[in-house]
Design a protein around this ligand. Structure first.
Ligand code: COA
Length: 386
């Protein structure tokens, strides 16, 4: 048994993976062998998912078949719709609704058992495809109910990204918005064994199923230290944009002992490489929009905040993380603020699922040990004498 404890498992290698490599010192991210910058600029989301599930890019024919397969799985059952309607009527936050929707994903589904097509058990792989396909529908269905609108039928003729925007708004999105969202989806699809991915791997390591694993991962993603930051980032940026005093805002927050959302990372000690990709995507998008001056505020705020954080914590490099430009990009493509974290899940479900399949290929039950720090010499006192 190890002698040292590692709170938060910091620095502990818990798995070997072929899915991504996060180099926190150099600020580099490789997904399925490709530098993030190359993947984000060129891939469709469907290609990224194929890459993670199959370990290589698809040929043109394979891609067409894969797209069609995913598109055919987008619909959710009446039963799942009812769960989401009830969640919306109760005013449940979007991540809670997503958790309920994913947990219920098999409700009312009487599909046939899948046939084996690869070395991986067909059922988990089939669940992976189904989950990647339905998460956007679950999020959009909840959102439509929340706004007293009827949910829309998924459009199999649209790409994964375009269909998601269509389901949210009822309008066919512009190519610029689709490209903006696709950049985002490719950028956050996979990122090592972060908290939600580790959660998913832990669940399947017990030989539980993928729906349970992804439900648990959604729960882990919800927290503000993981995926819950971009909503507050947008509020912060809009406030600063209105008031026009980034220095004053940053100073007041840090003096009050608060954290600046969108900065700092457990692994990166330099600017998160995803921030650069998202910033470029957002810059392209805002250049064509009436809100271009907002993006200027965003860029100005970043530089003020990074300088102030360096002064505030000279021993710990606190740089821009993925959530900072996520807020600007998702706002720019028209995703409502309440759906930022669920939209993270729309993408990350690809990475979670691939990790689950990887875990199952060579499974070892995840079971770390703890160091006991409690009392040892107590003797039992009957309840009446306590
Ligand atoms: N603003 C101000 N101070 C920050 C900070 C931030 N964004 N992030 C970290 N710090 C400070 C901490 O207060 C801590 O100071 P202390 O030693 O005086 O207590 C120190 O830096 C180290 O932080 P720690 O909590 O150990 O870092 P971590 O590795 O556990 O946390 C995050 C990483 C992402 C959770 C953390 O940086 C954070 O809370 N960021 C803001 C939320 C956010 O953007 N989340 C999205 C992550 S992708």
């Amino acid at each position: 048994m190890g002698e040292t404890t590692n709170p938060g498992l910091e620095g502990v290698i818990v798995a070997e993976t072929e899915l991504s490599d996060v180099d926190g010192e150099a600020g580099e991210l490789i997904i399925g062998g490709y530098p993030l910058e190359e993947l984000a600029a060129n891939a469709s989301y469907e290609e990224s998912v194929f890459l993670l599930l199959e370990g290589r890019l698809p040929t043109a024919d394979e891609l067409e078949a894969f797209r069609a397969d995913l598109a055919a799985r987008r619909r959710i059952t009446e039963e799942v719709q009812q769960v989401l309607r009830r969640a919306a009527e109760d005013g449940a936050p979007a991540m809670d609704a997503l958790r309920m929707g994913v947990a219920a994903a098999s409700l009312g589904d009487d599909r046939d058992e899948p046939e084996a097509t690869s070395g991986i058990d067909p059922e988990p792989r089939d669940d992976a495809m189904r989950l990647v396909a339905v998460v956007p529908t679950i999020v959009a269905t909840y959102w439509r109910y929340r706004r007293d609108e009827e949910p829309l039928e998924p459009r199999p003729d649209l790409s994964h990204a375009a269909n998601y925007l269509y389901l949210l708004t009822g309008e066919e999105p512009t190519p610029a918005d689709v490209r903006g969202l696709e950049t985002y989806l490719n950028t956050v699809i996979e990122h090592g064994v972060n908290a939600s991915t580790f959660t998913a791997r832990t669940v399947v390591s017990t030989e539980s199923d993928l729906i349970s694993a992804i439900t648990a991962a959604v729960g882990a993603l919800k927290g503000p230290l993981h995926g819950g930051a971009p909503g507050p980032v947008l509020e912060m940026l809009r406030e600063v944009h209105e008031e026009g005093d980034p220095e004053g805002y940053v100073r007041a927050k840090l003096e009050a002992g608060e954290r600046l959302m969108g900065f700092g990372h457990r692994v990166y000690r330099v600017r998160d490489p995803r921030a650069a990709v998202l910033s470029n995507g957002a810059e392209r998008l805002y250049a064509q929009s009436a809100d271009a001056d907002f993006f200027e505020t965003v860029q100005a705020f970043e530089s003020v905040a990074v300088d102030a954080l360096a002064e505030h914590k000279p021993d710990r490099r606190l740089e821009t993380n993925v959530e900072f430009y996520t807020a600007a990009l998702l706002d720019g493509v028209g995703v409502p603020r309440e759906l930022f974290t669920p939209t993270f899940a729309v993408s990350r479900v690809g990475g979670w699922s691939a990790h689950c399949l990887e875990q199952l290929e060579d499974n070892r039950l995840v079971r770390p040990v703890s160091r006991y720090a409690g009392e040892t010499d107590r003797t039992w006192t009957p309840v009446g004498e306590r």
